[in-house]
Write a new protein. Structure first.
Length: 258
């Protein structure tokens, strides 16, 4: 039996703009994910696990016709309130599970799922469903947090050194490299490729950001002058792009398999 809080509104999630490195990471993840859907006039795009609708609204403003698929009625309500503040055509929302999309085959030009795959209890079926509803030659786009990133590895090694060699007290509570309690899957690049590759021809596997979640890095970027911090963030982002295995987030994209 699936047990899920269908009234969850994500108010318990830390706002993405609380630190400079968080703000940068989430802005870049959004930029890359939305761009890979190739939005434009006349294109039909499905936003899977659309949450409070910020991405669906942005894609709609780019000229696409967007449908948000979301199981939480509360988040759909918040999305509709947010969309009502904008001008022009609005996205539409359908309340449904990601692994049982109520759409016909080949209904969309693209489908995206940003930052939600690890919350799914049946992620492979969700990918299969996204591939099913996207037209041949369309785009399936996934953005997934990497729990084998450089930041996770470095934080884990630092804690292990302090606790096992230096006698430091064991930290309590969830650490940055621990999978949150509402995640079903601990993703890293090989697992992402394995699951996605069954249903889409992955032609993009791009890393986003490097170092997010390291306390010393968060503090440093917060203290540096803005232009210096942004230059450093861009430099590490370029490194993460080149080495997605170590990046904080990975964007995978490609057309559905024949």
């Amino acid at each position: 039996m699936r047990v899920v809080d269908l009234d969850r509104d994500m108010s318990d999630v830390i706002p993405t703009g609380t630190t400079r490195d968080s703000e940068y990471l989430f802005a870049r993840m959004t930029e890359e994910t939305l761009a890979e859907t190739r939005p434009g006039a006349g294109r039909r795009i499905l936003d899977v696990a659309s949450g409070v609708g910020q991405d669906a609204i942005a894609l709609q403003e780019m000229g696409a016709h967007v449908v948000g698929a979301e199981p939480s009625r509360r988040m759909i309500g918040l999305a509709e309130l947010q969309a009502a503040k904008t001008e022009g055509p609005l996205p539409s929302w359908v309340r449904c599970w990601s692994d049982g999309l109520p759409f016909e085959d080949d209904s969309f030009d693209a489908a995206l799922c940003k930052g939600a795959m690890d919350h799914f209890d049946r992620p492979e079926l969700a990918i299969a469903e996204m591939a099913r509803v996207v037209k041949p030659g369309g785009r399936v786009v996934l953005a997934i947090a990497n729990f084998d990133s450089f930041a996770c590895r470095a934080s884990r090694a630092w804690d292990r050194l302090g606790e096992q060699r230096l006698g430091r007290a064991v930290r309590r509570g969830r650490r940055g490299y621990d999978v949150p309690s509402d995640h079903f899957t601990r993703y890293e690049l090989d697992l992402m490729r394995e699951q996605a590759g069954k249903y889409i021809d992955v032609d993009v596997a791009r890393g986003i950001s490097l170092g997010w979640g390291l306390p010393v890095w968060t503090r440093t970027t917060g203290r540096l002058p803005g232009f210096v911090a942004n230059a450093a963030l861009r430099s590490l982002d370029a490194l993460g792009r080149a080495v997605p295995r170590l990046s904080d987030v990975v964007v995978l994209a490609g057309p559905p398999r024949a």
